[in-house]
Write a protein that binds this ligand. Structure first.
Ligand SMILES: [Zn+2]
Length: 132
């Protein structure tokens, strides 16, 4: 990990964490402290990043309504409004989709390396010929 302010790798992990449990680091080069979410789109959220991704999964994969998702997470102890869900979807859905595409591409590449996928492709078709 490198310092998000000066890109130095002379960092030290501090004993304390953020309120959400993210590790805090100290840069010995620029004397700044930062955490795992500094300079990410999730930096100032009041909820853990994995909860935001779970909310997006409920919205995009299971097609739950904004209010249903908010109610579902209220049962689990996370209190936010349907407007928050809408805002998160608008802000983070493109990032979420990119992560899923990267994972899917990684799975396909891994299968190609193991010979699970023959690699046959029709001209201009994105579909692979799956053997197993
Ligand atoms: Zn620094």
């Amino acid at each position: 990990m490198a310092c998000p302010h000066c890109c130095s790798t002379r960092i030290t992990k501090l004993q304390r964490t953020t309120n959400l449990g993210y590790a805090v680091f100290y840069c010995r080069n620029c004397h700044c402290t930062f955490n795992e979410r500094t300079n990410t789109p999730f930096n100032f959220l009041e909820f853990p990043t994995d909860i935001v991704f779970q909310v997006l999964l409920c919205r995009l994969r299971y097609k739950l309504s904004y209010r249903d998702v908010a109610e579902f997470f209220l049962v689990r102890g996370f209190e936010f409004t349907h407007e928050t869900v809408r805002d998160w979807e608008e802000r983070f859905a493109p990032i979420f989709a990119d992560e899923l595409r990267a994972k899917r591409k990684g799975v396909i590449e891994a299968k190609l390396q193991r010979g699970v996928i023959s690699g046959k492709m029709c001209q201009g078709s994105p579909f692979f010929d799956v053997i197993s």
